[in-house]
Write a protein that binds this ligand. Sequence first.
Ligand SMILES: [Zn+2]
Length: 356
Amino acid sequence: LLGREQQERAEAIDRLLTVDFGARGVVRHLYEAAREVAGRPLALAAAETLRAAMAQPGERVVITTGASSQRLGLDPNLGETDGPPGAVALGRALAQGFGAVPVFLTEAHQVESLRAVARAGGLTTTTPEGATRQAQHYGRSSGIVVESFPDDPGKASIAAKEVIQRFNPVAVVSVERAGMNDRGVYHNSAGLNSSPAKARLDYLLQESIDKGIPVVAIGDGGNELGMGLIAEAVRDHTLYGIACRCGCGGGIVPVTRADVLVVATVSNWGAYGVAAVLGMLSGKPGLAHTSSAEERLVRTAADEGYLDTTGYTDYKVDSLPLSVHSAVVRLLESIVTVEMDWQAHLSAPVPADSGP
Ligand SMILES: [Zn+2]
């Protein structure tokens, strides 16, 4: 059972993850709904779920990411800087801390870019067999797999079964991926159709849920995979939750649910929060993401062509400058590592003269 101090640290992490820097007015409501379902801090719920799934080194965890950006007039295959850094940092924590073999799945056009971000996160692409061997031998892995997933619904439905058969994953994680609504249409948070070129990973999440494989989803706007878990809150508290602007006749709420949904101001932060809690739970605080690693990840992502929400390949994520992300990561790391020794202070004996 979790000690009181760890509970408090987990609460602090969730609070930091949900500070509404952009004053979007959404994160608080979606967080409350997801929190009610989980019944405990969200980063903690996700970390506990993943940790429980990791029975022995060499087991695969599928991590999906790659929000396609859909900026008018730009290539719909381009991705966003929110997602890949979070996926890589969390994948590293799972590989380093528990010997998991991360299998990253994304759009075919983003495979090379995601590999580059993974390298910037200290990870190296290898074969599934190689990564498994490494993990089983050392108890940890730096080897990962990055593959594409089809954007065609028919092929995606088959691929979902194949992925599960081939990798036999113990858990599936989604970081900042849009999900289909009940009409089969993807939307961005502005309520516009973002279906073109989208890998249909919804099928993989659904297949995993059907097979009892734990699914952790991380999102920030309401349109992401997993948000089906809090559909009512997304309808109530987002601008296009009930009616989108693409003409499909639905809203942005995805159908697909998750076992644990982490809602954060920026999806990357949600993933970093889960990594920090994993470090705390396993007594390996070094698993928490660091601000220097964050600088390298975000710069590499932008250099690889991942766009900021503004449509530029700036060193920004969700319009916030890299300095803000580095600071949040530094604070997250501090929450799990700083020892303030309140107990010694509070329980020190009263001086004999009881004066100052
Ligand atoms: Zn629509």
